[in-house]
Design a protein around this ligand. Structure first.
Ligand code: PLP
Length: 475
């Protein structure tokens, strides 16, 4: 057996119109550090710091109404597509309902984000447009801003965190052309947001919030009337992915006013459930930690505009595990030929994650985005297998004698168990040598048999516990 080791950190993108931002000062607005951290920011006394938009004047939540959304619709139609609403046979059969998909992944920027960005920028007067715009984005809002800038001849500076996939960064540059600059800063949306705020304060450029502005929210809300027009009636259930809450705030507000009988459910990734936390606490509350995997929806604090709109529209919130979203991404791809990014798969993933669905009812799920970097599929597959309890890792102490591996294969592995990782280093002067083994099962039911055989064998076996640091390293 020979040692096998691999794993390279993904390269940081460097391309001509893309800069990595190194802030000259360590202090952002109100003294926050512009640092690269995933956990909650704390003030000097340990209290959480709010990072919500402090440059836009406070606007009462009622600044978003069904009327502002109806007014946004013809503006948005200048640049956004009226995306198809498609009946999905797989999900309809699985739920016994009529499940329709609103294909916002088919927008020119491959997500609904163009609606809000354009609705905001097109309403700026010539003087404001002349100062240019800035935004922070995990990638999709940036593409909306980039396309809007190009259409309107406005200059844009776009701050993205280092976690933004390469595919999204490159699309921003392609869509915005010479009108935009992309600046990489920190490793969370919040880091990028603070840098954009600082830029706006320093230069006078107009900040275009990704979700927490009535004009952004009204633009995103235009998805709702479009669905009702296309369907010919309001759905019984509308399922919407949630990050900072711009999409659901707009859609739920419009539905609540125009079709209050429709139940609106927002779906957050389990590792970034900030809107659910806000509803539970009665106010936006920073999460202690955010899992950045569902990059479109990994937001640590619900918006101060979006939160009251979601609450007052009576939307319900639920979570879906990141691994479950991966399984649904793969189903969308394999069965339906739809390329969804993780956030784009949240709404349909919710259908088999405990959401109660009336048989025969009409359900609409928003497939919100399709900007998936091909290099992420390895991780998507791995997370999906783990979620389905098909992938497991073990540390096994092998006696350092000929034939030990053969006995492991013959006596412990089941007929359908597949070794996906075997990392062993022969040690001199020792009786046993440890091996790290990854096993993929054909069925989750095969796990108990494998564990029993491992337990009964003379080999020392330790299961790598899901969630442990070693497990995270492997995945
Ligand atoms: C594809 C996709 N879906 C959902 C969301 C969540 O959006 P919101 O912040 O409007 O809740 C985002 C946000 O960037 C996204 O890009």
């Amino acid at each position: 057996m020979s040692p096998a080791s691999y794993r390279a950190a993904p390269p940081r993108v460097a391309c001509s119109t893309l800069q990595v931002h190194r802030p000259r000062t360590k202090s952002g607005p109100r003294g926050q550090r512009l640092s690269s951290r995933r956990h909650r920011d704390a003030g000097p006394d340990g209290s959480p710091l709010a990072w919500t938009d402090v440059t836009t004047p406070p606007t009462a939540p009622s600044a978003v109404t069904a009327a502002t959304i109806d007014e946004a619709a013809p503006r948005v139609a200048d640049v956004a597509s009226r995306t198809p609403l498609e009946l999905n046979a797989r999900l309809s059969a699985a739920t016994g309902a009529q499940v329709w998909l609103k294909r916002e992944d088919l927008q020119p920027v491959r997500s609904y984000k163009i609606r809000g960005a354009y609705n905001l920028i097109v309403q700026l007067d010539a003087e404001a447009r002349g100062r240019g715009v800035v935004c922070a984005s995990a990638g999709n809002h940036a593409q909306g801003v980039a396309l809007a800038c190009r259409r309107l001849g406005t200059h844009g500076r776009i701050y993205v965190p280092g976690t933004t996939p390469r595919q999204k960064r490159e699309r921003i540059v392609t869509l915005g052309g010479a009108d935009v600059e992309v600046i990489v800063v920190g490793d969370s949306y919040e880091d990028a947001f603070r840098a954009a705020q600082q830029d706006a304060a320093d230069t006078g450029a107009v900040l275009v919030p990704a979700f927490d502005d009535p004009r952004t929210i009204s633009g995103q809300g235009t998805v709702a009337p479009e669905i009702v027009e296309q369907l010919g009636h309001a759905p019984d259930l509308l399922v919407v992915p949630v990050g900072g809450g711009g999409l659901i705030a707009g859609m739920a507000t419009w539905m609540h006013e125009r079709h209050p009988a429709t139940r609106v459910v927002g779906v957050e990734p389990a590792g970034a459930a900030s809107m659910g936390a806000a509803l539970a606490a009665g106010a936006p509350t920073p999460l202690a930690e955010v899992d950045p995997f569902v990059d479109g929806a990994a937001v640590g604090t619900a918006g101060r505009h979006t939160f009251p709109l979601v609450r007052d529209a009576g939307a319900q919130l639920m979570t879906v595990d990141e691994g479950h979203a991966c399984t649904e991404m793969l189903r969308l791809y394999q069965s339906d030929g739809i390329i969804a990014e993780p956030a784009g798969a949240l709404a349909t993933a919710a259908l088999d994650a405990g959401l109660v669905i009336e048989p025969g009812s009409t359900v609409v799920c928003v497939v919100s985005g399709g900007n998936n970097d091909i290099s992420r599929y390895g991780e998507v597959l791995e997370r999906s297998l783990i979620h389905q309890r098909l992938k497991h890792y073990f540390l096994v102490s092998f006696p350092q004698e000929p034939g030990a591996l053969r006995r492991f294969l013959d006596e412990i592995l089941g007929p359908d168990d597949d070794i996906t990782l075997f990392d062993y280093v022969k040690r001199n002067n020792r009786e046993t040598g440890p091996a790290l083994i990854g096993v993929e099962l054909a069925s989750a039911d095969d796990l108990s048999g494998l564990l029993e055989r491992l337990e009964d064998s003379p080999l020392g076996v330790e299961r790598v516990a899901p969630g442990s640091p070693l497990f995270h390293y492997l995945v």
